[in-house]
Design a protein around this ligand. Structure first.
Ligand SMILES: C[S@@+](CC[C@H](N)C(=O)[O-])C[C@H]1O[C@@H](n2cnc3c(N)ncnc32)[C@H](O)[C@@H]1O
Length: 280
């Protein structure tokens, strides 16, 4: 496949796409179960989870208590909890069904360092100020109705954080044109239909980079924003990273080893796209 032409077109074109918001809360029985199963399988989503688990573990190396915004079925946070047994994780979601799956998932893995709170991440009304030294979030913010909700979420996150804090927040970014959406979908042709539909809806619901930059400048200004190189469809907003703990590295290596060749190459592609923007 020719990657150069669609990437150059994305880099050189003016923004033309309008964001198409998704439903905020994921609470349909089939939708939650499909998302959960997909994240556990030998899939692109699993490759992304492992990549973020590595970098988030490096970011949270000095943390004691980390909050996960929009935790879903805890597919991502359960990997982080296994890699960082001395950190206490709290997952927040609005969806009953997601939280039910999250609790089952963590019970099956016998995780003692994860608990859940049903709350709206834009408000975090059930959480007191300054309780966490880390905030995490993965592919959840694009579910918010508009950019002011991203600001509200960052403001609430800052309120529950201690003065010195770590953050690792990742989500898709709105690409500039329709061809880039089609290009990104074509890279995932081998994934099941359910994932492709969800992925397309997520790409279309993503916020443009400027919305994250504005919200971060106001409330999480210790963090730097990294984007995938070329087609900027993925962003990571994070504070400083430290060395990865050797036990966490061993866990990660053994999980990567279980992936098929195709999924390993997706992991390597994500790493390469982010390395080209300074994350290595
Ligand atoms: C695509 S899932 C991502 C789950 C998880 N972070 C992961 O990486 O697998 C997005 C989650 O955000 C939740 N969500 C959306 N809006 C929310 C809000 N305002 N407050 C809390 N959770 C929310 C949804 O219910 C859903 O479980």
């Amino acid at each position: 496949m020719n990657h150069i032409v669609p990437i150059l077109k994305e880099m050189l074109s003016k923004p033309k796409l309008q964001r198409v918001p998704e439903h905020m809360v994921m609470d349909l029985e089939t939708q939650t179960q499909d998302f959960f199963n997909y994240g556990l399988g030998d899939t692109a989503l699993r490759a992304a989870y492992l990549f973020h688990a590595k970098w988030a573990s490096r970011t949270f190396a000095k943390c004691k208590r980390v909050l996960d915004l929009g935790t879903g079925p805890a597919n991502q946070i359960s990997i982080l909890a296994q890699m960082n047994p001395s950190i206490e994780f709290v997952g927040v979601d609005l969806s009953d069904k997601m939280l039910e799956l999250a609790k089952q998932n963590c019970a099956k893995l016998r995780l003692k360092n994860v608990t859940f709170v049903q709350d709206d991440m834009t408000q975090l009304n059930k959480l007191e100020d300054g309780q966490f030294d880390g905030v995490f979030s993965s592919v959840a913010l694009h579910h918010l109705p508009n950019a002011s909700d991203v600001e509200k979420t960052f403001k609430s996150a800052r309120r529950v954080l201690t003065e010195v804090y770590s953050v690792y927040i990742t989500d898709f970014l709105l690409v500039k044109n329709e061809q880039s959406i089609q290009y990104l979908l074509s890279l995932n042709e081998t994934q099941p239909a359910i994932f492709k539909q969800d992925y397309e809806a997520s790409l279309r619901a993503s916020f443009p980079k400027i919305d994250f930059q504005n919200a971060a400048a106001k409330y999480l200004d210790e963090a730097d924003l990294y984007t995938s190189f070329g087609a900027q469809f993925l962003m990571i907003l994070k504070t400083r990273s430290y060395e990865l703990d050797p036990l966490a590295q061993r866990f990660l290596d053994s999980e990567i080893e279980k992936l098929s060749r195709n999924t390993k190459s997706i992991y390597k592609s994500i790493a390469a796209l982010m390395a080209l923007h300074g994350m290595f």
